[in-house]
Design a protein around this ligand. Structure first.
Ligand SMILES: [Zn+2]
Ligand SMILES: [Zn+2]
Length: 426
């Protein structure tokens, strides 16, 4: 340290204490970016000692900058401890919302004394409450990016709010029965409030993949709810077979973060026999939600198709051959109310089929993600071109649809993300 800096620090400290009553934390924080291994309070006390050696005593009284808020850090930590009783966490973060007066006082303080090494008071205060909190609860490490719990203190209203971060699991599901939506649908008539049509449940369908999978997880984690994020979704009346559809389950506000994933997977499968089956469940990171939703994987389907008139095997194979390739598809009428009306270009990669009667066929398709298979068959009144109906010159519709495969490579990046998770299998 140069002599200049020494003179500068002591000189400024002298001016500061002469200006009015100030606490050790604010005095030390004025030079918070200098030196290591000292708390601001210790820095402030040391400066005060140096000044008092040469006969300069500070005025006693309430600190004009923080209004003695730093002295209350331990009391806030005590309140925080009570708030987190029964909540499992290993990382935390405090975030204070300072009063306007406090912010103005700090700004004035930094400008008036030209403090180039000052630490923002918000940071200092969050750290000092955090340290006191760690000592009180005997665990926890601060995490600025993705803490298990975030404690927000409003210095204006003296409110303390705890937010618990979600936990995530990824895996694949198979839907073995038709008529089950992927996520829960509010009743169309009452919009979820409960009415005679839905028997007071507020639901359009009695159960969903989401609810069947989430139940055991929400109970085990003592969460407030859960959301299933799927890699796309099949129609309600379509089954999801093969190796299943990748998804990420997000459990909100879990009071328990350590759950036995393998046991929960067994529980889901035992309670949803004949309806839904999950495989390969494991902990995942928050980023897994984005990656699973962004994938536009190729899909394989099997469809039972019905024609209005007789079709010969030769006619069918000629039409399927002509169908192969690029498909222009305008948003289907049945989803137009919730999707933008636009023309998408998707590819039909392979297709094969056999007639099972004069007017029925079973057809297998391999398509780009996002291609609507029902409309590929029916033509949707000319909105999908080419279509099987268009090529055959007669009406055709899908009566049963199964998704056989959702081709998603388990990307190495996703796996690494899963390993980062703090949801552990005990
Ligand atoms: Zn202060
Ligand atoms: Zn209803």
């Amino acid at each position: 340290m140069s002599d200049n800096l020494l003179t500068d620090v002591v000189g400024r400290a002298r001016e500061i204490v002469a200006a009015g009553p100030i606490c050790d934390s604010c005095l030390g924080g004025a030079f918070g970016r200098l030196g290591h291994g000292w708390s601001n309070e210790e820095r402030g006390r040391a400066l005060r000692t140096v000044l008092s050696v040469v006969g300069i005593e500070a005025t006693a009284g309430r600190c004009w900058i923080c209004h003695d808020l730093f002295a209350e850090a331990a009391a806030w930590a005590g309140r925080a401890r009570e708030k987190v009783v029964g909540i499992e966490f290993s990382t935390y973060l405090f975030a204070v919302k300072p009063t306007l007066r406090w912010q103005e006082a700090e700004r004035f303080f930094v400008e008036r004394f030209g403090l180039t090494h000052a630490e923002p008071q918000k940071h200092a205060w969050n750290r000092s409450v955090g340290k006191a909190f760690e000592r009180l609860v005997g665990r926890g490490t601060v995490d600025f990016y993705d803490p298990d719990i975030k404690l927000t203190i409003d210095a204006d209203t003296a409110a303390l709010e705890v937010r618990i971060a979600s936990i995530f699991f990824r895996g694949r599901y198979r839907k073995l029965a038709r008529g089950i939506p992927q996520t829960h649908w509010p009743c169309r008539r009452c919009r979820g409030r409960g009415c005679s049509a839905c028997g007071g449940t507020g639901k359009q369908y009695p159960e969903s993949v989401e609810e069947l999978v989430a139940g055991p997880f929400v109970r085990a984690a003592q969460g407030s709810g859960a959301t299933l994020h799927g890699a796309g979704r099949e129609d309600i009346d379509a089954r999801m077979l093969g190796s299943g559809r990748p998804f990420v389950l997000e459990v909100s506000e879990p009071r328990t973060r350590t759950v036995d994933v393998a046991a929960l997977e067994r529980e889901v499968n035992a309670s949803s026999v004949g309806k839904v089956e999950v495989v390969g469940l494991r902990p995942a990171s928050r980023e897994a939600v984005r990656s699973v939703k962004e994938t536009a994987a190729e899909k394989s389907y099997r469809a039972a198709v019905e024609f209005d008139g007789a079709v010969s095997p030769d006619q069918l194979s000629a039409a399927l051959k002509a169908l192969l390739g690029v498909i222009e598809q305008r948003t289907p009428r049945r989803v137009a109310h919730r999707r933008a009306d636009l023309v998408r270009t998707r590819r039909l990669h392979s297709v094969s089929g056999t007639m099972c009667g004069e007017q029925e066929a079973e057809i297998q398709f391999r398509t780009d993600g996002g291609l609507y298979v029902k409309e590929l068959v029916s033509g949707d009144e000319g909105r999908t071109v080419p279509s099987l109906a268009g090529l055959l010159g007669q009406a055709a519709r899908v009566c049963e649809l199964d998704v056989l495969d959702v081709a998603i490579d388990e990307e190495p990046g996703n796996e690494a993300g899963a390993m980062d998770s703090r949801s552990r299998v005990p």
